[in-house]
Design a protein. Structure first.
Lengths: 115, 113
């Protein structure tokens, strides 16, 4: 079984401040990890992924995430948030050993960046 | 990466009726995935559709309620049958590209009255 937990329903930060969105996962084997963003009335957009290699991965719009195997976490970060980063963020996991290609999503975290 | 289009983008339907959602991909793919996003909630996988075989449904979803067709490698349909207000959701089509990234369509926003 695989699952994702996003412990915060909402994150509020001031523009220019660092932004962190938390994610922890559970899989039987090794994980493939992903972050997606959903803007109001728009589809789901891919931000970044961890497949293998460096634990720190960089993605779109200045976002990055750090894979921590011992803590089973994959927190999303941005050093300086913008008002335009306000959106709904989803963490997702897939078991590397799985051959069914299923992706499990967290409940989502609403980010609000105030000017 | 793949580009996905869905039709309709939104619809308002009466309870008891059915709606068929179309998903078109600009490249050939083996697997297509259908997700549901209920209001204020996360995405839940409904089923996986492979060309030339029956769709595989997740727990809680059945073929009679959500029949799926997959006539070729670029197209799939999902029908929401005998709708009730609880079916009001965004329905998303998805494919997996090289690099193991899932790409999603823009979604179909369904409201059932």
């Amino acid at each position: 079984a695989q699952s994702v937990a996003q412990p915060e329903d909402q994150v509020n930060v001031a523009e220019g401040n660092p932004l962190t969105v938390k994610c922890t996962y559970s899989v039987s084997g090794n994980p493939y990890l992903f972050w997606y963003v959903q803007y109001p009335n728009r589809g789901l957009q891919f931000l970044l992924k961890y497949i293998t290699g460096d634990n720190l991965v960089k993605g779109s719009y200045g976002f990055e995430a750090e894979f921590n195997k011992s803590q089973t976490s994959f927190h999303l970060k941005k050093p300086s948030a913008l008002v335009s980063d306000s959106a709904l963020y989803f963490c997702a996991v897939r078991d590397m050993r799985s051959n069914d290609y299923k992706l499990s999503f967290g409940a989502g975290t609403t980010v609000t960046v105030r000017a | 990466s793949a580009v996905i289009s869905q039709k309709p983008s939104r619809d308002i339907c009466q309870r008891g009726t059915s709606l068929t959602i179309q998903c078109q991909v600009d490249s050939q793919v083996t697997m297509m995935f259908w997700y549901r996003q209920q209001p204020g909630q996360s995405l839940t996988l409904i089923a996986t559709a492979n060309q030339g075989s029956e769709a595989t449904y997740e727990s809680g979803f059945v073929i009679d309620k959500f029949p799926i067709s997959r006539p070729n490698l670029t197209f799939s349909t999902l029908t929401v049958s005998n709708m009730s207000p609880e079916d009001s959701s965004i329905y998303l089509c998805s494919v997996e590209t090289s690099g193991r990234v899932k790409v999603f369509g823009p979604g179909t926003r369904l409201t059932v009255l």
